[in-house]
Design a protein around this ligand. Structure first.
Ligand code: PEP
Ligand code: MN
Length: 263
């Protein structure tokens, strides 16, 4: 079902008017985690004005340490809904287990499967039975083939709206948080009709690399970007070092408009 051989045209996914796929670049932006009403509303209003087409924000966070901030949970989903009501931006948020599936179906517009859950097949099977668009991130050590097979799990259940995301993979290089696999974009485009976006924030792990990697992603044919934006990166509860400010986000989007059409 993911194979381009049986589906030559590019798939375009329409989420209440914001599209992913086709000739325009989708821009999903927002904080790593929802932290407070003020934080999410401030960020959402600002990025909406400067070019975001989706609001991202984690409510359930997959943290390496059990002692790190784990996200606001259901309360975070409520705050995302509030931000959507204020800005009209569709919401993207990560699901961690089937336990909250009904809430996610109710509350979010695109359900994100994080890198760490890319091969959580029980989760993928349940998501395949929903009619919500799924943003499937590539696993930290997963091949392109494995990513496509995970998308196949979702599609095999009847859900055809899958967006793929390259977010960097583990290599021997440790200067960057991960290594952005730019060649995955043309490779996936050749193998599959599904839209594919790039997350330069988690790939690099450093805010100052977001601009060059975003430009590179667009140049190699990505259908969109997922960028972490925080109004106060220094005090962010999660991933502050890779988050850009709303001002910088505007600058980057303005530059991208010169090389591509933004949704
Ligand atoms: C995220 O998008 O906040 C996230 C945890 O990303 P990844 O699953 O790619 O690490
Ligand atoms: Mn993050």
């Amino acid at each position: 079902l993911v194979n381009r051989a049986f589906h030559p045209e590019d798939t375009i996914i329409d989420v209440n008017g914001s599209t992913v796929g086709g000739n325009k670049i989708a821009i999903m932006a927002g904080p790593c985690s929802v932290e407070s009403e003020e934080q999410i509303l401030t960020i959402a209003k600002s990025i909406k004005e400067t070019g975001a087409t989706f609001l991202r924000g984690g409510a359930f966070k997959p943290r390496t340490s059990p002692y790190s901030f784990q996200g606001m949970g259901v309360e975070g989903l409520e705050l995302l809904k509030l931000a959507k009501a204020e800005t009209g931006l569709p919401i993207v948020s990560e699901i961690m287990s089937n336990e909250y599936l009904d809430r996610f179906i109710e509350d979010v517009d695109v359900i994100q499967v994080g890198a760490r859950n890319m091969q959580n097949f029980e989760l993928l099977k349940e998501l395949g039975k929903t009619n919500k668009p799924i943003l499937l991130k590539r696993g930290l050590s997963s091949t392109i083939e494995e990513l496509l097979m995970s998308a196949e799990y979702i599609m095999a259940g009847g859900n055809k709206d899958v967006i793929l995301c390259e977010r960097g993979i583990r290599t021997f290089e440790n200067f960057t948080r991960n290594t952005l696999d730019l060649s995955a974009i043309p490779a996936i485009k050749k193998l599959s009709h599904l839209p594919v976006i790039v997350d330069p924030s988690h790939a690099a792990g450093m805010w100052w690399m977001v601009e060059p990697l975003s430009k590179a992603a667009v140049a190699v044919g990505a259908d969109g970007l997922m960028i972490e934006v925080h109004n106060s990166p220094e005090t962010a509860k999660c991933d502050g070092q890779q988050s850009i400010t709303p001002e910088r986000f505007k600058e980057i989007v303005d530059k991208l408009r010169k090389i591509a059409e933004i949704e």
